[in-house]
Design a protein around this ligand. Structure first.
Ligand code: S3P
Length: 433
């Protein structure tokens, strides 16, 4: 188990960072490529542990996947081309792998078992089991606790219109993927639009998808079964969830100016940029472009005195993974920042209300947990501490950024957990100093 020690730099952080590929899009490119006819070519794929779990699951189901530093080639076998795995599909730490694959496996004519690490196997799966089973899938929790390991037996799927209580792209995507194998149009309505990569990408692969956001803010996506999906060339944009750490570093470390390059700024993901703006951040958008319906930009981030804000309501799903680092920014903002409507934090890789509060307090921060978020006083100072990452990559990275502006050394425990989404994270910090 590794530790990383972070100390505040003596001058501002300068330079540029090329952000690695988006995790959500990387997962989906392999999954959809496997279900498409012919070969899907993926560039800027995220070589993080979560996405490698997705690759290994599809290899186990007979899909040939060539993984080279330049590109990934997924030799898809069509909608009905997967074969039965000869052992448990190991989804590691990855909720996206587990929940999206469940939707695909629900429509196969073979049985399978999905299981991951301790964190993954304690995360709620009823949210996908319930809608998928109501479509006719046969998914059971082997330990009877609505968590993985999951057993998935062949079932005959029929269409549903599911009204989800949570705005979750994983739930939505699992249902839409099962909808590829259903008898008619399957729809999901969510309380607020969650990230829409599945809708955009499946459309590109030739699926019949319709999406609509209603006047009351709820959003519906639907899929009508098609004969086949067709291979695509996918250039994965940089992951705004990874960019968030360097945006925060640039804003917080006095004298910094960082060019954060190749950031995906899909509006269903870019809530952190709105929060930064509300906090008074100096961020300039450069080189805005778009590929496959996914807009990207380079972001020039300069040190900025921040002010507190309220983060709530429909913006929450667009920044849910960035809340740990937003909490760090809030500790340095003038005033009291309130984060609410974010109860989903409790069912991430860790309970991120607890793990943020525990570690922020260890650094001398003033923070109060609430049922659906937290209240952070902008005290303007933190002191170095030993951080318990609880093996949660986003906790490790958020508190490493805190370490850049804390007094004294900050030691990130189990720092290797950043490999889940950003293997080069600590190297990149070092390069900016
Ligand atoms: C993801 C959706 C989100 C997010 C996760 C990735 C996806 O989870 O937190 O990191 O790729 O669909 P939920 O669907 O649980 O909100």
């Amino acid at each position: 188990m590794k530790e990383a020690t972070i100390t505040a730099p003596s001058t501002g952080l300068k330079g540029s960072v090329i952000i690695p590929g988006d995790k959500s899009i990387s997962h989906r490119s392999v999954m959809f490529g496997a279900l498409a006819k012919a070969t899907t070519e993926i560039t800027n794929f995220l070589q993080g542990a979560d996405c490698l779990s997705t690759i290994s699951c599809f290899r186990k189901m007979g899909i040939e996947i060539e993984n080279t530093p330049e590109r990934i080639l997924v030799h898809g076998k069509g909608l009905h081309g997967l074969s039965a795995p000869d052992s448990t599909l190991d989804t590691g730490n990855s909720g996206t792998t587990t929940r999206l694959i469940s939707g695909i496996l629900a429509g196969q004519n073979f049985s399978s078992i999905l299981s991951g690490d301790d964190s993954l196997n304690s995360r709620p799966m009823a949210r996908i089991m319930e809608p998928l089973n109501s479509m006719g899938a046969k998914i059971t929790s082997i330990d009877g606790n609505n968590c993985a390991p999951l057993r998935i037996e062949p079932g005959t799927l029929h269409s549903i219109h599911y009204h989800s209580k949570v705005a979750s792209a994983q739930v939505k995507s699992a249902i839409l993927l099962a909808g590829l194998y259903a008898d008619d149009t399957t729809a999901v309505t969510e309380p607020v639009l969650s990230r829409n990569h599945t809708e955009l990408m499946l459309t590109g692969f030739g699926a019949n998808i319709a999406s609509e956001t209603h006047a009351d803010g709820t959003a519906t996506a639907s899929i009508t079964p098609c004969e086949e999906l067709y291979a695509q060339k996918i250039q994965v944009p940089g992951d705004i969830s990874s960019a968030a750490y360097f945006i925060a570093a640039g804003l917080l470390v006095p004298g910094s100016e960082i060019l954060v390059k190749n950031v995906g700024i899909n509006p269903t993901r870019a809530g952190i940029l709105k929060v930064c703006e509300a906090m008074g951040a100096d961020i300039t958008y450069l080189n805005e472009t778009s590929a496959g319906g996914e807009p990207t930009a380079d972001l020039l981030v300069r040190y900025s005195p921040l002010k507190a804000t309220v983060v709530e309501g429909s913006i929450i799903p667009t920044l849910i993974d960035e809340i740990p680092v937003i909490a760090i920014m809030a500790a340095f903002a003038e005033g009291t920042t309130i984060i609410r409507d974010a109860a989903e934090l409790k069912v991430k890789e860790t309970n991120r209300i607890d793990t943020v509060v525990q570690n922020l307090r260890a650094m001398g921060g003033t923070v109060t947990p609430t049922d659906d978020g937290m209240i952070i006083e902008g005290t303007g100072a933190l002191k170095g501490a030993h951080i318990n990452s609880h093996l949660d990559h986003r906790i490790a990275m958020a508190f490493a950024i805190a370490g850049l502006v804390a007094e004294g050394d900050t030691v990130i425990g189990d720092s290797q957990c950043v490999d889940v989404s950003y293997p080069a994270f600590f190297k990149t910090i070092a390069q900016l100093r």
